[in-house]
Ligand binder design. Structure first.
Ligand code: MF3
Ligand code: CO
Length: 286
């Protein structure tokens, strides 16, 4: 007989008292559930810091919502993001992140994510555009994105944008304290498939707060009853990328950033930063 190995992430040092939370998580760990390491649980002070970062991050997206229009360039969006962020004493997290050259990701139509703003690319009537904003404030990170429709788009593209938003909302409702991340993934997968769409598998949500990208990985594709336990105090994004055609994507070799659908059919994405509380998810940036 092989003894099932349990990954022991939750470690209580001999020098600290065992809390009620420790007991609950240790018991889940002993039952074989994958639990987070204890350092993924944010303190109330850290959550407050991430919340303040999130207010600025949401403010950037509200500004873009007011200003976005046909004929402007993605370079114009980048300047709006940079100026608003630094005017509020914050730093755009994407700028120089692993060599990313701009302050925001702008992803139009068949671009799934990580599009690079530039002064040649104009927004045209019917485009669906994801604007993905991430902010560092007092060392705390927040991350959110929205879709914007330029003028009027086709019924199919509007439906894709709406279903991607519903996927995020349904996932947020499905995420319960001490539930599993697979429950989030399965709700997204079911809703996307029911509408004839597919779920991108190669990019996922992530822990966020003290760094841009932390554990855990938050997959949007998966089954109930799998994945890590969501413990109160964890801060993470959910950011489903929903495709009209195939789920498969490729990275543009010219810039090594821009992610495009394999069949070049449109893609849509919405992202919030959440904190898990004793009652469910609370939004820190949208
Ligand atoms: N904001 C993206 C996310 O949701 C990450 C972008 S990385 C960048 O995780 F370098 F492209 F900005
Ligand atoms: Co993110």
């Amino acid at each position: 007989m092989f003894k099932r190995k349990i990954k022991k992430n939750w470690i209580v040092s001999k020098h600290e008292p065992i809390t009620e939370l420790d007991q609950r998580v240790l018991s889940l760990q002993e039952q074989g559930f994958l639990v987070p390491s204890k350092n993924l649980i944010k303190t109330p002070e850290q959550i407050e810091g991430i919340r303040q970062s999130g207010v600025i991050n949401t403010g950037v997206l509200d500004l873009i919502a007011r200003e976005i229009h046909e004929g402007m360039t993605t370079g114009d969006i980048d300047r709006l993001v940079y100026n608003y962020t630094v005017d509020h004493g914050a730093i755009p997290a994407p700028l120089n992140y692993e060599g990313f050259p701009k302050s925001v990701c702008t992803s139009i139509n068949e671009v799934v994510c990580h599009g690079i703003p530039n002064d040649e690319e104009q927004l045209l009537e019917g485009d669906i555009v994801n604007v993905d904003v991430s902010t560092i404030y007092n060392g705390y990170y927040s991350d959110a994105s929205r879709m914007f429709v330029i003028g009027k788009t086709s019924k199919e593209k509007q439906h894709l944008v709406d279903v991607a938003y519903e996927c995020l909302q349904l996932a947020a409702e499905a995420a319960k304290p001490f539930g599993l991340l697979g429950d989030v993934a399965s709700v997204i997968t079911k809703h996307a498939h029911k509408n004839g769409f597919s779920v991108v598998r190669d990019f996922c949500g992530h822990g966020v707060g003290l760094e841009f990208h932390e554990d855990p990985e938050v997959s949007h594709y998966g089954r109930r009853g799998t994945g890590m336990v969501m413990v109160p105090g964890m801060v993470f994004t959910i950011e489903p990328m929903i495709n009209m055609g195939t789920w498969e994507v490729f990275v543009d070799a010219e810039d090594d950033w821009t992610v495009v659908t394999e069949d070049e059919l449109p893609s849509a994405q919405w992202e919030h930063t959440f904190v898990m509380t004793d009652h469910g998810l609370e939004v820190l940036s949208h």
